[in-house]
Design a protein around this ligand. Sequence first.
Ligand code: ZN
Ligand code: ZN
Ligand code: FE
Length: 762
Amino acid sequence: MSASRSAAGPTPSAAVRRGLRVRGTVQGVGFRPAVFRLARQAGLSGIVRNDSEGVWIELEGPPEEVRDFPALLRAGAPPLARIDALEVSELAPLGETTFRVTASREGAATAASIPADSATCAACLRELFDPGDRRYRYPFINCTDCGPRYTIVRDIPYDRSRTTMAAFRLCAPCRAEYEDPASRRFHAEPNACPECGPRLELSAPGRAALLREDALAAAIDMLRAGQIVAIKGIGGFHLAADASSEETLRRLRERKKRPAKPFGLMARSLREIEAICEVEAAAREALLSPRRPIVLLPARARLARSVAPGLNEHGVMLPYAPLHHLLLKDGPPLLVMTSGNRSEEPIARSDEEALERLAGIADAFLLHNREIHTRADDSVVRIVAGIAQPVRRSRGFVPVPVRLPFEAPPLLAVGSQLKNTVCVTRGGEAFLSPHVGDLDDRGAFAFFVEVIAKMRRLLGSAPERIAHDLHPDYLSTRFALESGLPRVPVQHHHAHIASCLAENGRTQRAIGVAFDGTGCGPRGELWGGEILLADLAGFRRVGHLRALSLPGGEAAIREPWRVAAAVLRDAGEPLDLLRRIGPRLTSVAHLLEKNVASPASTGAGRWFDAVAALCAVRDEVTYEGQAAIELEAAAGPREAEPFGFAIPGDGGASFEVDLRPCVREIAAQLRGGAETAEISARFHATLAAAVHAACSRAREQSGVHVVALSGGCFQNRRLTELCASALEADSFEVLLHRQVPPNDGGLSLGQAAVAAWRTRER
Ligand code: ZN
Ligand code: ZN
Ligand code: FE
């Protein structure tokens, strides 16, 4: 640059100062050290600090370096960070000559994003197993790239004094790391070492407590000897047991009163998993992600029968806390790691809770003195159409927000009764709670209330409205009624479709296929096999599955054979296929005959129940969805001829998908000795063909070609993939869930999206 030009304008070397406002997941993820390093490298002075909106940076130096900094920052942001917005403002130069990290500033508006809990990083793992490292075999090693976050946070902004690590005073070496912007542990809030941090303790009835390595060694010995150990983890307690010991697992099932629901597994390494399961690319990516969910994988080897009775897939995860790595390295290479609870109650969180509730289940307790502030179960994903689709969205996902396609006012959506989650909106983001569970359980309801309070506090938003289901008996609905807030009731299946639209960034009308067990229709009907034309504002029911009867009401949900009797009778078939049921069949036939105590339901889930019972796969269930899951597991080859069905009428009001032809064919096939594998495969093909036909009808009526598939039935991989491929082959655009579960665990997002959209329209 020539001297004459610089004389005409401002000198090129004159320092400028700019402010950078960074929003997103930028606290607790090593963001400030990254800024510090980048600023030093660029020769800039200034400051960086956390505040309630995220991170605030002031940069001073040559104009070009200052101007280029945002691009450097985006490229050099740490792995767990997510920059959602970056705003630049001009400031007056102060003549500073150094770059500093300054103390957090607390603000009135508390909006900073808290990061999710993240699995032990590679650098920490190396140190964990390095005999020369001062954290060698230390079960609580972590850094800014990994470790507990959401589950230890009490309040925001996120720093150590507001976490459950506040109780531990950093020793001199740990403090030095914590204060050194060049260290991987700079402001790693849970930073700790054997000198100053949490420690293990093993507690077992009738024996003196053991500490640290002794506790770990004893726990490993017990697991090897076939005993059940309750282990305190990141978001709660697990019950751990050697997965190779059928006898141990049977004892665990008996004690836990969990006869059949599959157990989650934790494997020493990816290689262990590949030895027992098929691991496709999307599954491998999910297994290795810092979220470390349980991934449901097709089984390739037989394990102890009690791991997952009646199923041909396993739910497996890799170790995500240093303690897990230590346990699996020297203990059994494959552990059952099931939630530390009794049947449906929430996962135990505090030592006292675990010692009380899990007494009689666990032979010993491996505890530690770092408190878990908020519980979070293991998340579960299943690979559907190449997507790692959440089945349960908790640890590792929470509280990372779902981005909405529009700005929402502060709202609270309270979700469903089963698989409950709640959702809070702020600006263009929706924050879902961890999995709360089934609200009939008293413990789960208490957790529901607790989690709502915590989410409100962390987001600093007082909700203006509350969105809820139409079902008057859901405890979440009652909570909404008693909240005193203006209410927005949202129909169950509309919420399912809205959740799928919202997470896919859609606001326009789509054809919604909402298939689940049961949800409440606008006039109290039992819905669950619905074809809707829906946007976020509202919906019209354009079609539905033919209603079936539920003889005995609730009893028919626990005993699928009752529904099988109902569909046989509706199709004009004799009940001979259910002769094995005995005298109770006669009384159910009576109920159906007189049409008493037999409410009508269009629920698609009930059709799975009916077919499972017709095939004698399952007559009674002990967990929700069991018959459908086992029927899917029993299915043979993908390519199967659909059975018949009919969609009578043309246009007009809501059309009906009549599955009676399918029932007649199934009955005939079974009488002819057909295999369950074939019936199941053909039934899946029938439903997919029916969905395709129903969507075609809806497209003819409306011109809409986008289809959203939602509801618990779309956890069924075969059904979802068959529907998606048939629809896509016919020029439909298909929206599937990627961020929230298709089941009721995603319902709160849909409720929030509908309520927010309606409020916005006013
Ligand atoms: Zn780390
Ligand atoms: Zn220390
Ligand atoms: Fe549902």
